[in-house]
Design a protein around this ligand. Structure first.
Ligand SMILES: Cc1cc2nc3c(=O)[nH]c(=O)nc-3n(C[C@H](O)[C@H](O)[C@H](O)COP(=O)(O)OP(=O)(O)OC[C@H]3O[C@@H](n4cnc5c(N)ncnc54)[C@H](O)[C@@H]3O)c2cc1C
Length: 467
């Protein structure tokens, strides 16, 4: 057995001076960290892969909208294959809600088509600017995880193209091993060219919403129990407060309104974040003030309203490129899932560590995952509590905190979400995802990512894996 120090092999040092000196990278992840130079090629239709990687020597990776925060969608010195122009709708059955589209279509484009026809996404993340391929490759989750499971639960079939030219038709019954490996497969098993998704019927754009203030983890857990029947639940939590306000927040629950109302398409967003803020703009004081304002914006203990689905699901999409608020250094996200056995104590300990660190998290989202199994071999969610935190990058402070939080997650039997990660070590990854070696058998030898090189690379040969 190699020692844990050997396993912590890290072949790619992020953001080297050479990478930065080479000017703006052709493709950034949402956290804008790490900064990697790579060649960017565009796939225009399903037949472009694998021709696009002829003569490529440093590995390739399909990418979507770059809405992952860390390096699952980056590759140092390799070739990134932009899929967003491969975005045609291929088929739609109005009776069943089965929609087939090329993998580069965004969830925003699907909604523009589907909502006026009385259909909605079965699972949606907190932004609609992600591609169908990206949603499958990270097996994303939404506010309805406790009812609907992950995105992959609703993907009935897709085509996976391998670098040797094989075209695999994948369903839960046909090529079922590649189906399971590619849902949550981090883009490493091949390029998904098209997929079929089962949409859910709606009769209104409105959401029957309730926002409820809570103080402390016990109240959060009690509200979670009471809201078991609500399709959507999520909480914003104030991570800057201590003492009697420790772990206060707003519990948000909602369901699609059953009262029929016009199903118009959404207007296009008008606001774009205008500039990069200087590094000092987001500090303990400004973020603490924002958190206090957010909590007190809801004056009553409980409010009931009927908002449109846009502000309910996608409050951050109203301002495009809001990640620039974090300045040139960018931001790191940290998201764990801790199983019920240690969920309560783990969450309290991690929130205490964050409050004590003095590092302010602007956005902190707390949610209970349900027990609907995911079809993905490497999917992130598991029954318990998940907490997502955003931090501005201040290397000397935030990296140490991240490393500590990752260790705590490990100690409490939890795991971190690769889509939101730029820091976990190979030891941690391999403990969080012990099935990684089985997964590696399905990896395409021509494909790799910054994330994979960081957490596994050296152990399978630098571009290793595949069969
Ligand atoms: C504001 C915000 C809120 C978010 N909220 C949530 C949330 O609530 N829940 C959640 O789960 N996630 C959430 N995310 C993360 C986001 O949903 C995922 O990172 C998603 O995978 C991004 O999709 P993308 O199209 O941008 O793909 P990218 O980030 O470009 O790529 C993601 C992965 O998909 C792979 N990939 C992309 N296209 C293909 C393809 N055609 N074939 C094979 N592999 C492919 C890439 O190789 C990479 O590994 C959020 C992100 C943001 C910015």
């Amino acid at each position: 057995m190699p020692s844990s120090a050997e396993l912590d092999f890290n072949p790619q040092q992020p953001g080297t001076d050479a990478d930065k000196a080479a000017g703006p990278p052709p493709f950034e992840s949402w956290g804008r960290y790490p900064v990697y130079q790579a060649e960017l090629k565009h796939l225009h239709w399903q037949g472009d892969f694998p021709r696009a990687i002829d003569g490529v020597h440093h590995g390739a990776l399909a990418v979507g909208m770059g809405r992952s925060y860390g390096d699952v969608c980056l590759l140092k010195d390799g070739t990134l294959l932009d899929t967003t122009q491969m975005n045609r709708l291929l088929a739609f059955d109005a009776a069943t809600g089965l929609l087939t589209a090329e993998a580069g279509i965004t969830l925003a484009q699907i909604l523009d088509f589907a909502v006026p026809r009385g259909y909605f996404l079965p699972v949606t993340p907190g932004t609609k600017y992600v591609t169908l391929g990206g949603a499958i490759a990270n097996d994303i989750h939404g506010k309805n995880h406790h009812h609907a499971g992950t995105f992959g639960c609703h993907v009935t079939q897709f085509e996976l193209v391998r670098s040797d030219g094989r075209r695999l038709f994948c369903t839960p019954l046909e090529n079922s091993d590649y189906y399971a490996a590619s849902i949550g497969g981090l883009g490493l098993t091949g390029v998904i060219t098209w997929a079929q998704l089962r949409l859910k019927p709606i009769v209104s754009r409105k959401i029957d919403y309730q926002g409820i203030q809570f103080h402390g983890i016990e109240e959060f857990l009690e509200l979670t129990r009471q809201a078991e029947h609500n399709e959507y639940t999520v909480s914003w939590v104030d991570v800057t407060s201590t003492g009697k306000n420790f772990c206060r927040g707003i519990f948000m629950q909602g369901d699609h309104s059953q009262a029929p109302a016009p199903l118009k398409p959404s207007p296009k967003p008008k606001l774009v974040f205008p500039m990069e803020l200087p590094g000092f703009a987001l500090n303990g004081f400004t973020v603490g003030a924002f958190n206090a304002l957010f909590f007190n914006k809801q004056m009553k203990k409980r409010v009931s309203t009927q908002p449109d689905y846009e502000p309910f699901f996608y409050p951050l999409d109203a301002v495009l490129k809001w990640n620039k608020m974090y300045g040139k250094r960018g931001l790191l996200q940290f998201q764990y899932a801790i199983p019920w056995e240690h969920a309560r104590e783990g969450t309290v300990a991690i929130l205490q560590a964050v409050a004590k660190s003095g590092l302010a998290s602007f956005l902190a989202v707390l949610k209970a995952f349900g027990d609907v199994p995911s079809p993905g071999m490497m999917s992130f969610p598991k029954p318990g509590i998940t907490l997502a935190l955003d931090f501005p990058i201040k290397p000397e402070k935030s990296f140490a905190l991240f490393d500590r939080l990752a260790e705590m997650t490990h100690e409490f039997g939890g795991r971190l979400y690769p889509a939101k990660d730029a820091r976990m070590t190979s030891t941690q990854f391999q403990a969080f995802y012990p099935q990684w070696e089985r997964f590696a058998r399905y990896k395409d030898p021509a494909l790799t990512s910054g994330f994979w090189e960081r957490v596994v690379g050296g152990q399978l040969g630098v571009r290793g894996g595949g069969r």
